[in-house]
Structure formats: C-alpha cells, structure tokens
Design a protein around this ligand. Structure first.
Ligand SMILES: [Zn+2]
Length: 414
C-alpha cells in the first residue's frame, strides 16, 4: 500500500473547493468544485484501468474485473461532497482509500474472484437540500425524479433541475442496485467523534448506525413589556424553551449507556429584543439512538416532558413530528473479518456504533454492509479543524484492503 499516493490524492481533491481565508473545504454537492472532483476521480479510475461511468444522479462508479464477472461485486466507497467549510477527510478519505485498494491490487497483480466496484457518492451532506445521503438513496432506488422535484436549495433551485441539467446520463433502471446485485458494501470513514482517540484505538468496527427522531416545536406564550409585566403574570416562551432544553439534556444523559443522544440544536425566539418578553419560540429537537426501541422510549419521555412543562407554565405547545429513521444494523460477519484483519496487522480496535448517518445505512438495505472508522483529532469534523494523522490513515487503508481481499473471495460467504 502506498501511503504517499493516498496523501497526494487527498491533497489533489482538497484543491477543489479550498477556501484560503477559512482553510475549509467547500465541495458543496453539484457546485463546480464538487463536480470537478468527481470528474477527477473518474479520470484517476480510468488511469487505474477501471471501467468507469457517471450515473444519472452524478455518482461515479468504477469497476475492476474479477476472475468471475458473473459474481456480484464488492463495492467500496464514500462521498466526495462536503459541508460548507468542511474538513479534508470526511467522505473523501473513503473515496481515496477505495481507489488505493484497487491500485494496491493492480500493483501486486492480485486477481479477486468477485469484481470490485468503487464509488464516489454525491450529495451525502444535508447542507444543500436538508436531506442527507441522497446519492446512495438514488443508487438503491429510494430517490425518484419526482422526489428530486420536491427538494429545493436555499436559492430555490430544485435538485431535479441540477441533476437533469448536468445530464450525466439518462435516468435508467440500470443505475439502480437491487438486492443481490452486490456481495457487500464497505466504507472507510473518520469517526467524527472522540471515542477512538479517548480509548486509544486504531480502528473502529461499526456494528450499528444510529438514526434520528426529530421534532419541530412551536411554543406560544404572550409577548408583553419587559418592564411593566410582573413576574407571576408572564407567559415567557423562551424560559419554557430553556427548561425544555435542559430536560432534553437530562433525559438523554440518563439513557446515554444505551447509546442515546438528544439535542436542541436550534432555537428562535420572537420578537427577540431586549425589552419584550418572548411570546413565541421555535425550536428543533433531535433524538438519536442505535436501537429503535430505546430511542422511542426516550422520544416519548421527551414528548411527555414538553407537555408537562408547557402545561405548568401555561404555554401553548405545537409539537410537529418530523419523522423517525430506522437505526441500521451492519453485518456482523464482515465485522468479524475486519477484526481478524486488525489482529493480523497488530492494530488495536473496538466495536462501536456510529452516531452520525452515512451512505452505508442506505447500502445496508440492499446488501451486507460494514464500516471501518479511524480516529480524528478531538473528534472534530465538519470543520476546517478536522485533522487525522498519516499513520492513522495508513492503518485505516490497510484494514480496508485486508477486509476487501477477504470479502472478494468466492468461498467467503456472508
Ligand atoms: Zn461523511
């Protein structure tokens, strides 16, 4: 494995969308820099002797033949887009690492039984359309052109308009992967959390991907003068919101052993001025867990708490359920293979779940899927401060290579 090539490729791709002032990377889905990066990826794949194509949505998929091309491929990859002012590794690492797997196989003239496909997904981040993992959703047939017409960015452009203008190909059923089309999907990603660093582990073997249940809450009290309204006569929506935020925190804290996290990440008071009691607040609540059952228990506990707090404070609450995604179990057999690979290489590892969503959670709906995490400094991601050591990347790519070679063997059944 050539770590210099990996680092060089990371540098090349991070020239697309680099902001000199912030030091952040801006490869926002379907903007110029992100599409150039996708094109560059396709060229590097071609140089590596792969058959490469863009699907209608703009995902890049490249194939290395196996000994038996009637067998379903093992797919590796991640996403090439970033958030605004994102980091250098989120998504990109898994794409560059997938390419390195193929280059390693080429260099060592390793023929695999199953073909290998590598993919650079687009539009994984929700920054532009408030919905994440759209590229992989398209790939598995979970995003139709009608769905694309309903999603708009903050400039009013529909996703459909962007995708259809690019016309990388016609929308086609051959773009869509169904159950049985892939032997497995494997994604290397930075952890985006602090656990591996704190526990001094080289590799995280991901067993579950947590999923959110989200709420929009509108609290309606009474706006009045901050000077002339006595304390007992107030209906302050912001203090109610504050109490709710604290309660959300303490409920989640009590369940953190079950892998629960909950956050009030957005709060907007009205009229939001010095001399008025806030009569209205909008807030967003995000509850996540690795299992539906425990998460739903917590979610209903939070719903009850909101009811109790607003009733006591005589605040009207309009709670809108924004929906719950299903947490995903990843494939335990692949996890065992990765464990063996780590032991063979002398890397420390731990089994863990992912708090963040990934393309892998869509892929898991159609094929056995696994994820490999490497640590990132202080768990910081979605920031120009995102940082990973070269030695950590090297271990991650080696683990990906080892797992892929095993998975691509005909006699390994998962
Ligand atoms: Zn990512």
């Amino acid at each position: 494995m050539n770590i210099d090539t990996v680092m060089h490729h990371l540098d090349i791709f991070n020239n697309y969308g680099y902001d000199e002032e912030t030091g952040g990377i801006n490869r926002i889905a379907f903007r110029h820099a992100e599409r150039l990066a996708a094109l560059k990826f396709s060229m590097l794949c071609q140089e590596a002797g792969l058959e490469v194509h863009f699907d209608y949505f703009g995902n890049v998929i490249a194939r290395r033949k196996g000994k038996d091309n009637s067998l379903p491929p093992v797919m590796l990859g991640s996403h090439i887009d970033t958030v605004k002012d994102g980091g250098r590794y989120d998504g990109l690492l898994g794409v560059v690492a997938a390419l390195q797997v193929v280059q390693h196989l080429n260099e060592h003239q390793i023929e695999t039984d199953h073909p290998i496909e590598i993919v650079a997904f687009t539009c994984e981040e929700s920054s532009r359309f408030n919905k994440s993992t759209l590229g992989s959703k398209y790939l598995i047939g979970d995003l139709t052109t009608d769905d694309m017409k309903k999603l708009t960015d903050d400039r009013g452009k529909t996703l459909f308009h962007l995708v259809d203008t690019l016309k990388q190909s016609m929308p086609s059923d051959s773009d869509i992967y169904h159950k049985g089309d892939l032997k497995a999907y494997l994604e290397l990603h930075i952890e985006q959390g602090p656990i591996l660093q704190n526990k001094h582990k080289d590799i995280g073997i991901v067993t579950h991907i947590a999923a959110p249940h989200r709420y929009k809450l509108k609290l309606i009290g009474e706006t009045s003068h901050s000077g002339s309204t006595p304390m007992p006569m107030r209906k302050d929506a912001l203090t109610a919101a504050s109490e709710i935020a604290l309660k959300v925190e303490s409920i989640a804290q009590a369940h953190h052993q079950e892998g629960i996290v909950a956050t009030v990440g957005y709060i907007q008071p009205f009229p939001n001025m010095m001399n008025a009691i806030p009569g209205e607040v909008k807030m967003l609540v995000d509850v996540r867990g690795k299992e539906s059952e425990s998460r739903e228990k917590v979610a209903s506990e939070i719903e009850k708490a909101i009811e109790a707090i607003t009733e006591r404070r005589e605040i009207k609450a309009e709670l809108e359920d924004l929906g719950a995604d299903t947490p995903v179990n990843l494939n335990p057999e692949i996890a065992d293979i990765t464990e063996d690979v780590c032991e063979g290489l002398g890397y420390s590892y731990r089994f863990m779940f992912s708090g963040a969503g990934h393309d892998a959670m869509n892929m898991a709906l159609i094929c056995p899927t696994s994820m490999i995490f490497i640590p990132c400094k202080d768990g910081i991601s979605h920031s120009p401060k995102e940082s990973v050591e070269v030695s950590e990347i090297e271990k991650g790519v080696n683990t990906l290579i080892g797992t892929t070679i095993e998975l691509a063997k005909k006699d390994i059944n998962i």
